[in-house]
Design a protein around this ligand. Structure first.
Ligand code: BGC
Length: 432
């Protein structure tokens, strides 16, 4: 293991999402999903980490962990509890939270949509209904009018592909309404909504005198590697990549609708991103051997790999490959908006952080402009369909007492933030 250094300007932080940590909100699609018995371990998001009531404590923890930036999301259902009605107290709460972050010297990156929908939107067909585009734009405008003086960095939508794939292709997430047509319709609406929201954020902040706005999407990007490498598998891997990722990246970054979404540039050709947000976790192996009804074969986990608590392959080189690929295409700064692992015993997270940040340092050496890294996640939280039992935090949360305890990997990460890299001494202390 070797020491490495990151540039002085590089920012290290953590990421969370409102529904996963806040608790207390019953007005969203995920709370209803939980109520109808869909979560594997039977737990709920109704308390989660009770972050809504523990903002000050949690920001103190971030400061103790030397976080330089924090990616958080806003719960649309709190801010606009009924269609067209905005809640001053909710936006006021977020304003106070963000003000505290800024006061603590932690730069906020704020996500407008992270999987959960207000019930009124869910019941109107959510992101499959084209009306969502204008509704999201109006919500964006309200938020940026109210928070834009404190926040320059924005993510419009988190992982549109994961949201739609789980809701409309594989099922399991709300609304679990399986229909490939709805997947594509939703993709078109999310692309359009992103572009309009991108323009709106710039426009509102510019009209208030700010010219440092940065807007992007948190794209979930994986690798699809053929198992045997034959022509059919390579074709299938390409199809997965196109349908799961390329439609979204190309649509949201350039405004171009690839087939089967249509074609051309309905909102005009452009560059609708100031940074490329990449959420990277793992890769899939595409296996087309044997008989399968699916022309795309099966997605598998690499056989001989080390896996996390959820069975995902640990594959740090994938972070290098994904970032390099999109850097070569767009030459736009990259923020790693999420990267992390489920490890209840904190047995391999320290090494995971080392291995992935080593890839980041290699990328930077090779001329790729990676500017930030957000570890998923600050603390254990409600991991969607897995419930509270999947542990992604560098801080452990005891759900009986809600007490927070920094894991060893958390102290390691804090040291990385302090030294902007990993020293020989840290290798001895944490990794030997
Ligand atoms: C999501 C997070 C989630 C994490 C780990 C990402 O897909 O944005 O909300 O908790 O992965 O599964």
């Amino acid at each position: 293991m070797e020491p490495f250094a990151l540039p002085e300007s590089f920012l290290l932080g953590t990421a969370t999402a409102s529904l996963q940590i806040e608790g207390g909100d019953r007005n969203n699609s995920w709370y209803r999903w939980v109520q109808t018995g869909h979560v594997k371990d039977g737990t709920s998001c109704i308390i989660a980490d009770d972050h809504w009531n523990r903002v000050t404590e949690d920001i103190a923890l971030m400061k103790q962990l030397r976080q330089q930036t924090y990616r958080m999301s806003l719960e649309w259902s709190r801010i606009e509890p009924a269609r067209g009605q905005f809640d001053k107290d909710a936006i006021g709460h977020y304003r106070l939270e963000i003000q505290q972050l800024v006061n603590a010297g932690i730069r906020p990156l704020v996500t407008l949509h992270h999987f959960s929908n207000p019930l009124w939107l869910e019941d109107a067909g959510a992101w499959v209904n084209p009306a969502v585009v204008d509704l999201f734009e109006r919500y964006t405008a309200y938020v940026v009018e109210n928070l834009g003086d404190l926040v320059s960095d924005w993510c419009t939508i988190n992982e549109p592909n994961v949201y739609l794939a789980k809701g409309y292709v594989t099922g399991g997430w709300p609304p679990s309404d399986i229909s490939i047509t709805k997947y594509f319709r939703g993709a078109r609406n999310m692309i359009t909504a992103h572009i309009k929201s991108y323009r709106k954020i710039h426009q509102v902040r510019a009209s208030n005198g700010y010219n440092d706005t940065m807007v992007g999407v948190a794209n979930h990007l994986r690798l699809f590697d053929p198992k045997q490498g034959n022509g059919r598998e390579r074709w299938a891997a390409g199809m997965y990549e196109r349908l799961f990722q390329e439609l979204f990246v190309t649509g949201m970054c350039e405004g171009r609708l690839l087939s089967p979404l249509g074609g051309g540039y309905p909102l005009g050709e452009g560059r609708y991103f100031d940074f490329l947000g990449i959420n990277y976790y793992t890769r899939d192996i595409v296996d087309c051997s044997g008989k399968s009804a699916n022309p795309l074969g099966r997605l598998e986990v690499h056989e001989d790999s080390q896996k996390n608590d959820l069975g995902w392959e640990l594959y740090p080189e994938g972070l290098y490959r994904v970032c390099k690929k999109y850097w070569d295409r767009y030459h736009t700064p990259i923020f790693i908006t999420e990267n992390g692992t489920a490890d209840a015993k904190d047995a391999f997270r320290t090494r995971y952080i080392y291995d992935h940040l080593l890839q980041v340092s290699r990328l930077i050496e090779d001329g790729v402009d990676v500017q930030r890294y957000y570890h998923w996640s600050l603390m254990d939280n409600f991991e969607w369909i897995e419930g509270l039992s999947a542990k992604f935090g560098i801080v452990a949360v005891d759900y009986a007492t809600l007490e927070r305890t920094v894991r060893t990997s958390g102290w390691f990460y804090a040291d990385i933030a302090k030294h902007r890299g990993v020293t020989e001494k840290m290798i001895q202390q944490y990794l030997a």
